[in-house]
Design a protein around this ligand. Structure first.
Ligand SMILES: [Zn+2]
Length: 222
């Protein structure tokens, strides 16, 4: 029996009788966290990275950046614990282990500052264009996508900090593992983006009211 895709405005048949969505929307849900979510590209994020880099440069001696990087290090320690527990045969949640392995791979390949800038930039982007993200899960998936994108130019082989062994394989992240890793990243470093977004908004509002005052002054011209 023919069933229609549940995504709004989509008239295509569902991918299977077990799916609510057509093949395209099913794939977007899996890859991007929501059937209607469009992936955030490196180019999309660039202006927001620049905003964050400016704030960091202007406040280079502020201890906040180091503290935020320490929070990312704490995530890595947690991830190493999750992987170690799994490897010692303790009952583990599969997607937590997958998220933990990916966190360790990222930690081995990417400078903490780069991870911080990317997560903060994503939060500034969400604050500026809230409708660009279809759900919290879609936002988390995009954060993970952009942070994983930082390793594109790197070899996939890396040294596992916990065991000293070289690992070369990593499987694709599942949606659940992506949600876990995204939540870790945002919890550790999202606060920087939230604060920068707030200050940017305040500056825009101040600017707008200055222009309004100017208009009022010009209205008074006799
Ligand atoms: Zn569809």
């Amino acid at each position: 029996m023919f069933q229609m895709c549940a995504a709004s405005g989509c008239g295509r048949p569902t991918a299977s009788k077990f799916s609510n969505y057509c093949a395209a929307h099913k794939s977007a849900l899996r890859r991007h966290g929501h059937p209607d979510q469009k992936g955030v590209t490196k180019a999309d994020l660039k202006p927001f990275r620049e905003i964050v880099l400016e704030w960091i440069a202007r406040n280079a001696s502020n201890p906040a950046w180091g503290k935020l990087e320490a929070r990312w290090k704490a995530v890595q320690a947690h991830a190493a614990g999750v992987v170690a527990a799994y490897e010692h045969g303790r009952a583990s949640i599969a997607w937590d282990v997958l998220a933990a392995r990916e966190a360790l791979r990222l930690a081995a390949l990417v400078e903490p500052r780069e991870v911080l800038v990317t997560v903060a930039a994503m939060v500034v982007m969400q604050d500026t264009h809230p409708r660009r993200f279809r759900s919290d899960e879609a936002f988390r998936a995009q954060v993970v996508r952009r942070v994983r994108g930082l390793t594109e130019a790197s070899a996939t082989a890396y040294t596992d900090a916990a065991t000293g062994k070289t690992r070369t394989t990593y499987s694709d992240m599942t949606p659940r593992a992506t949600a876990v890793l995204g939540a870790w990243l945002i919890e550790a470093m999202g606060i920087a983006g939230a604060q920068i977004a707030r200050k940017e908004r305040e500056a825009r509002e101040e600017n707008a009211s200055a222009v309004q005052e100017l208009h009022a002054d010009l209205d008074e011209l006799a």
